[in-house]
Design a protein around this ligand. Structure first.
Ligand SMILES: Nc1ncnc2c1ncn2[C@@H]1O[C@H](COP(=O)(O)O)[C@@H](O)[C@H]1OP(=O)(O)O
Ligand SMILES: [Mg+2]
Ligand SMILES: [Mg+2]
Ligand SMILES: [Mg+2]
Length: 354
């Protein structure tokens, strides 16, 4: 077995199992949404997916730390919400019994579920093995019926080493270039659901999601691009998460004529890694917002292994060793190696002229 193959297998199966739960919630009209202290939404899907993934990690790697986005505080004071989540969690398992066994089987009780969710409370750091988990990334997209991703990465001594992104609403077929329709109304499951993975130094792959064991994978790589003016660039749907105006100015300076493709979540990283799009621009909207490690870790190693470069808006490597946030970075630029220098130069020009 190669290094990290056990970690990779557990991470892929754990994400795949959690997506059985998130898809059930996705198709419900009422998603059990509550507002967090920072006013961002969280649903029963986010909590349920965090419980299932942490349970699988703790079963296999009891010593590892976990930085998970959610905690169980709201559920300890809201019995109705807690019971709704438990109903989902206790009934979610992989159809393949060997794969389910690998993950340690079901969580034993509602109390164990709450404690498991709270194991995502690591403060992160530069030493040892730390998993970064975003149980639903793009919760706003999830609520809107758009793209979302279940994201898990292993950081070893501050370096992202394993990354897995489950994207239930991306098309299985990777031949089509993405366009504006990818961002919205993904209510039909037909031909959708992709699991992306990478191990540092070993390449990136994708495979169709299943509800049992892992399906065969194929290598993925970014699209070769010689003429930057033909590039497709991705950005957030939410104007509050990245600066659409700066991104439009950068695209214009680069001579890009195509409309940007707006989609929620790390599905943007996945889409450029498989060559369905070319660039991902995430320019900061706020002086104070610090990007969270769980919003980028998996995407960064997947894009890196697919032949891309990911830095912050000033060309600095993203530093995952500083805790739960990327406190020394601002914004994100992801592009194929061949055209990255041209793009980075224009990004700095646009930011410096403000
Ligand atoms: N001001 C902000 N700048 C950048 N990202 C943000 C900001 N506020 C929230 N986010 C995060 O952006 C991520 C989604 O990005 P996208 O819009 O590209 O899908 C979410 O994880 C969300 O975090 P949160 O979980 O707190 O909502
Ligand atoms: Mg997120
Ligand atoms: Mg989230
Ligand atoms: Mg959130």
């Amino acid at each position: 077995m190669s290094t990290y193959s056990h970690e990779l297998q557990v991470a892929q199966l754990a994400v795949q199992r959690a997506i059985i739960l998130t898809k059930r919630v996705f198709h419900e009209k009422a998603k059990g949404t509550v507002s967090k202290s920072d006013a961002s939404p969280v649903t029963i899907g986010d909590f349920g997916a965090q419980a299932l993934i942490i349970a699988a990690l703790k079963h296999n790697f009891p010593q590892d730390e976990i930085v998970g986005e959610e905690d169980a505080d709201d559920l300890r004071s809201n019995a109705a919400l807690r019971d709704q989540i438990w109903d989902l969690v206790k009934d979610t398992s992989l159809a393949d019994s060997k794969a389910e066994q690998t993950l340690g089987g079901p969580i034993k009780s509602v109390e164990a579920m709450l404690d498991t969710i709270d194991l995502g409370n690591s403060s992160g750091g530069a030493k040892g093995r730390i998993w970064a988990l975003d149980p639903i990334d793009g919760t706003k997209g999830f609520l809107r019926g758009g793209q979302y991703a279940v994201c898990l990465a292993l950081i070893v001594d501050g370096e992202v080493t394993v990354g897995v992104l489950g994207c239930p609403n991306l098309p299985v077929s990777d031949t089509a270039k993405i366009d504006a329709s990818i961002g919205a109304d993904q209510n039909d499951d037909e031909g959708k659901g992709v699991l992306f993975s990478a191990v540092l130094g070993c390449g990136a792959t994708s495979r169709p999601l299943s509800t049992g064991g892992l399906t065969p994978s194929q290598p993925i790589s970014m699209a070769p691009i010689s003429d930057i003016t033909q590039a497709t660039f991705c950005e957030s749907v939410e104007a509050g998460h990245s600066a659409h105006d700066d991104q439009a100015a950068i695209a214009q300076k680069l001579g890009i004529t195509k409309q940007s493709v707006r989609m929620d979540s790390q599905a943007k990283y996945a889409s450029i890694a498989r060559g369905a799009g070319d660039l991902y621009l995430r320019l900061p909207v706020s002086e104070t917002y610090q990007e969270k490690i769980w919003d980028h870790a998996a995407g960064v190693v997947i894009v890196g292994e697919a032949g891309g470069v990911v830095t912050d808006a000033w060309g600095k490597k993203l530093d995952f060793s500083l805790g739960r946030t990327l406190s020394s970075n601002k914004g994100v630029v992801a592009a194929p190696k061949s055209i990255y220098p041209q793009i980075a130069k224009v990004v700095v020009e646009v930011l410096s002229s403000k």
